[in-house]
Design a protein around this ligand. Sequence first.
Ligand code: GLV
Length: 361
Amino acid sequence: MPRWLASSTLRTAKLTDGVIWVARPIREMSVSKPSVLVTRRMPSSVLSQLAETCEVDCHAETDALSHEALCQRLAGKHGLVCMFNDELDRTALVAAGAQLRVVATVAVGYDNIDVAAAAERGVVVTNTPDILTGATAELTWALILALTRRVGEGDRFVRAGRWEGWTFDSLLGTELRGKQLGIIGPGRIGRAVAAVAPAFGMRPVLSTRGHSLDPSTEIAGSEEEKWMPFDELLSTSAIVSVHVPLRESTRHLIGRRALIRMKRSAFLINTSRGGVVDDEALAWALDERLIAGAALDVFEHEPHVSPALIGRENVCLTPHLGSATRETRVAMAELAVRNVVEVLAGREAVTPVPLPARLLR
Ligand code: GLV
């Protein structure tokens, strides 16, 4: 039997196969159509879907609302569709009011949401896992190849009019074949990146450090998946690619201590969250030639990028493009909207984020 937790608005049950997290149905409230704030421009087909059952207030712009504007506009709403860079802290949740039922982020990461505060207030939080795995794994490989084959440098060289003719030894890169790819964070995306490695003749190894997967768990993976302790992975991999969520325990997981352990010939790739890599420590490691280069899609203080990284030829930078394909972004928006519609109808969310452990005790 499910164990329901006492809460006036949130019904929660821990079952053997996971957690059910259900908000009080909207029909219990005295409104005909619940109202939902959408914090960014979205495909009209997705907004129309939402408008079938909800009043939609869309901030139809490309830029984010300020925190103050977000709080003001969220007041009185029953649902929210937000992005990874909208901060849903306790202040915003309180400003929303007691009628808020669901926060649906159009992202897999939810470090921007105070999930415990949401749960305490009876608000279900959902994310968009799985559907962006392929796109993010593709971008990771794009960065690995761009960095090791100096694609960005070559592009800048040609555009600057500096190419005077083919030479035998200019812009020589590093071959992947026969080398080790170290994956930190064996979740869906990390494993999707690892799965491609054999096609390039690479040996993937995985570390559970920073990931919720218990290292003692028996891991059902492919024959090719090999597990390695964090420090050993760092000191033996030609490429180290980071795929952990941002939490207090993973903030600056890749700092001086980790960078010192990497090979001088190794490359670091980060398509997870900016705070997982300490940008200052990375600039220092590149200065000291402790590693050969880095490719970053995410940054500690987006959209600010440290000038110490921007000025370097052996650093490849992209503006948080992990899930940025047309197909994936539309699918993410559709899933977020489905989550809102389901929760506001009093049904289970399609993809709720896990409840904080302390609320399950
Ligand atoms: C984007 O950064 C995401 O978490 O989906």
